[in-house]
Ligand binder design. Structure first.
Ligand code: FES
Ligand code: FES
Length: 163
């Protein structure tokens, strides 16, 4: 079967790849673009480990076809930091010890960024509902929610230069 050429934007940079019609965006990111931060947990839209932002919307990349990335703008976990400067969410996850094995962490960070992009001042309930599609098997959710709310507060107060 002939492959399809897809031209897209990933983390602000032009990107292109060849894919089969049935390949997922997660496959393309990991296998073709070598962006392995997005994780494959369930491949069925249940765990959120593969979360990316597509044209401003939070998406499970395991459920989106790679060909649908044509002309879209995609943000992955690799695009969250500003060069060597961690995003406040990343820093707060570290400060709050909001991860253990880390497998779910990229998905949580991307989903949390999408939340704060839409709502810079979420309540705890809003944050918990927003992140309900992201599963963590080892950390527990309290530390993750604390980290997200703390990052949100810091960002509202005005992040240090470069962040
Ligand atoms: S791998 Fe996509 S939601 Fe689990
Ligand atoms: S830190 Fe291990 S699954 Fe979340």
């Amino acid at each position: 079967m002939s492959k399809i050429h897809v031209t897209t934007t990933v983390n602000g940079e032009p990107a292109e790849f060849l894919c089969q019609p049935g390949n997922s965006l997660l496959d393309a990111l990991r296998d073709d673009l070598n962006l392995t931060g997005s994780k494959e947990g369930c491949s069925s839209g249940d765990c959120g480990a593969c979360s990316v932002i597509v044209d401003g919307r939070l998406v499970c990349s395991c459920l989106m076809l790679a060909v649908e990335a044509e002309g879209k703008s995609i943000t992955t976990i690799e695009g969250i930091a500003n060069g060597d400067v961690l995003h406040p969410l990343q820093r707060k996850f570290l400060e709050h010890a909001a991860l253990q094995c880390g497998f779910c962490t990229p998905g949580f960070l991307v989903a949390a960024k999408a939340l704060l992009d839409h709502n810079p001042d979420p309540t705890e309930t809003e944050a918990r509902y927003w992140l309900a599609g992201n599963l963590c098997r080892c950390t527990g959710y309290d530390k993750i929610i604390r980290a997200v709310l703390d990052a949100a507060a810091e960002m509202r107060a005005g992040a240090p230069a470069g962040e």
